[in-house]
Design a protein around this ligand. Structure first.
Ligand SMILES: *[C@@H]1O[C@H](CO)[C@@H](O)[C@H](O)[C@H]1NC(C)=O
Ligand SMILES: *[C@@H]1O[C@H](CO)[C@@H](O)[C@H](O)[C@H]1NC(C)=O
Ligand SMILES: *[C@@H]1O[C@H](CO)[C@@H](O)[C@H](O)[C@H]1NC(C)=O
Ligand SMILES: *[C@@H]1O[C@H](CO)[C@@H](O)[C@H](O)[C@H]1NC(C)=O
Ligand SMILES: *[C@@H]1O[C@H](CO)[C@@H](O)[C@H](O)[C@H]1NC(C)=O
Length: 354
């Protein structure tokens, strides 16, 4: 339902300019931008053609009223630097092309608000790719091949909605520079294995957070770290139902979570239970697994505990832990903003349900 709303919103952003002149050249086998476009055009559509290059001569100093260009489903590989000069381009749709770098939009840096580059071949976002786009509010990069997003690369923009669904990200990009504006972050179907409080706790305006289809097993208390959050999508995660996730049983009515009916991949005793069948008390009593022979029992609060970081520590101290069957650690695992103390349990203790 959320996706649907988001899509609707994006579609609305591409509605034609009120009182403007719309010209449509869709599905005409064009291999370049046509020449017979009215000088008064406000909304231009050349979708489903075979255009492979946008040249500076295609738009520069020809269409002073042009504010929306739709070019989805072409075969564009190149948009020449310095294109779109003399337009007032606000929205551009380049979905389903063959673009591998963020094009140069510097000629329209003070008008461009919405870029749709979904289903292209972009592999990275570098500092400077977007930072001159001071009006940019919406960036759609669904289904690219993004493996890296440089720290600070959103600085200077006004981004409120960022869609990174279906890429190859292993961590949440740095959105600090847009934390006053970012309201929707869609990072579904990437390669995330965890979300640390430090990666998200500065996102004070984030309302919609979509994490579906990653490899995350434990989530920090997002309701606490993200004060504006109202919608969380966490379906298709290999969730571990343990004390670290107990915060999800304490959410307010206004907070909506979209998750699988049977969300617990582990412990296996609960893998066929519905989320409703598992109470907060059951979660609080269940230690979180670090690896096949160590668990952590949450104390003090139900805060998590970046399991991967604890795991590193356990590995580094494995001899010690093996000797000390029952190692009580208070403070050693204070990770990021997490104030909790933990007890690391060995397999034997876990079996005995300490
Ligand atoms: C533009 O020219 C093409 C042929 O080059 C023609 O098929 C098309 O109808 C023309 N469109 C307009 C809006 O004049
Ligand atoms: C553009 O708009 C002007 C003023 O509204 C009008 O006079 C002119 O005929 C229009 N040109 C075209 C090509 O539609
Ligand atoms: C943005 O992050 C900074 C640094 O963490 C923080 O001081 C500020 O309150 C944050 N702004 C919002 C709106 O969350
Ligand atoms: C639940 O776990 C048991 C034991 O590990 C396994 O046999 C079963 O296939 C699992 N069920 C699901 C739905 O994954
Ligand atoms: C293990 O820790 C518990 C409390 O956390 C304590 O009661 C128990 O005596 C300890 N066992 C050993 C063998 O130190």
């Amino acid at each position: 339902m959320e996706i649907f709303r988001l899509v609707t919103m994006l579609v609305c952003l591409f509605e034609t300019t009120l009182g403007g002149l719309e010209q449509i050249f869709d599905d005409q086998g064009l291999t370049s931008i046509p020449l017979n476009i009215s000088g008064n055009v406000t909304d231009l559509s050349c979708e489903k053609n075979a255009i492979n290059t946008i040249r500076t001569v295609d738009f520069n100093d020809k269409y002073p009223h042009l504010s929306s260009i739709l070019l989805a489903e072409n075969v564009i590989t190149l948009i020449e630097d310095g294109s779109f000069k003399g337009t007032k381009l606000s929205r551009i749709r380049l979905r389903k092309n063959d673009i591998s770098v963020i094009p140069d939009f510097s000629e329209v840096k003070s008008t461009l608000t919405t870029i749709d580059l979904a289903v292209n071949k972009i592999t990275e976002l570098s500092v400077g790719d977007l930072s001159y786009l001071t009006q940019l509010t919406t960036l759609n990069l669904l289904s690219n091949r993004i493996i890296s997003v440089a720290d600070g690369c959103f600085a200077g923009t006004n981004l409120g909605h960022v869609i990174l669904d279906k890429n190859l990200l292993t961590n949440i990009p740095d959105f600090l520079a847009v934390n006053a504006t970012l309201r929707t972050l869609d990072i579904q179907s990437n390669e995330l294995v965890d979300v640390s409080p430090g990666e998200v706790s500065y996102l004070g305006k984030l309302e919609n957070f979509y994490l579906k289809g990653n490899r995350i097993s434990l989530l920090p208390d997002l309701a606490k770290y993200l004060p504006s959050l109202t919608k969380l999508m966490i379906n298709e995660l290999p969730l571990q139902c343990c004390c670290g996730m107990a915060w999800m049983k304490e959410l307010s009515e206004s907070f909506s979570v979209e998750m699988d009916t049977r969300p617990c991949v582990s412990p296996s005793k609960w893998n066929e239970s519905t989320w409703d069948e598992i109470t907060g008390e059951m979660l609080r009593r269940e230690p979180c697994e670090i690896d096949a022979s160590h668990w952590i029992r949450c104390q003090v609060t139900s805060d998590i505990i970046m399991a991967s970081r604890v795991k590193e520590h356990v590995e580094a101290n494995s001899d010690y832990l093996n000797e000390q069957e029952n190692m009580s650690i208070t403070g050693a695992f204070r990770v990021d903003k997490c104030p909790s103390a933990y007890v690391v349990l060995s397999a034997k203790e876990y079996d005995h349900r300490v």
